[in-house]
Design a protein around this ligand. Sequence first.
Ligand code: SAH
Length: 204
Amino acid sequence: MKLKNLEMALQRCEGYTRPTAALEQYQTPAPLAARLLFDALMSGDIEGKRVCDPGCGTGVLAIGAALLGAESVTGIEIDEGALATARANAALLEANVEFIQGDVKDALLPQRIEACDTVIMNPPFGAQRVHADRPFIDFALEVAPVTYGIFNAGSIPFVETYTAQRAAITAKTGGKFQIKRTFAFHTKDIQEIEVEILRLKRIP
Ligand code: SAH
């Protein structure tokens, strides 16, 4: 599948029906999701791999990984409403993804999922709750040797410090995240946020 076709497929995914600000529920725009997935594909981290998407929301990243030939994909999400949309999106795009309800902060969660090779994630950036992305990073490094994550631009010093001795950043791609007016505190119709896609390789 070409990048453009993946982007068009992911464009068809429905968004959150009732987004919650505290959970930072922003669906990754299709072009950015496709970019992350293609970077991962080109690095050999998707095709034939067991992939996990913590905080999968409406399933865009998980579904994309399945469409690109992952051996298995598990999407984990705390919010049942988002999971229902994710399941409907996967059915629409005929993507084989196992979606489970779970909290990444739950220490027992890793035991509930199969071992995996690659984590793909767009975690909360911590705009509503400071450091909301930390448990996602911890979970990712626990369950997989390779992680792709979307972070606010300028997060590299934080990620490097936070993952010191545990992982190294081996690739980065810049991107833009367009956020449509969703919550009452949003002042613009569309806000563009600079982000970076980081590849983390766990230190054995
Ligand atoms: N990965 C999706 C959603 C990004 S928004 C996408 O790329 O479109 C972040 C998601 O993380 C939201 O759906 C939110 O409900 C979920 N989330 C927030 N805290 C969580 C937690 N502790 N455990 C699991 N999911 C969580």
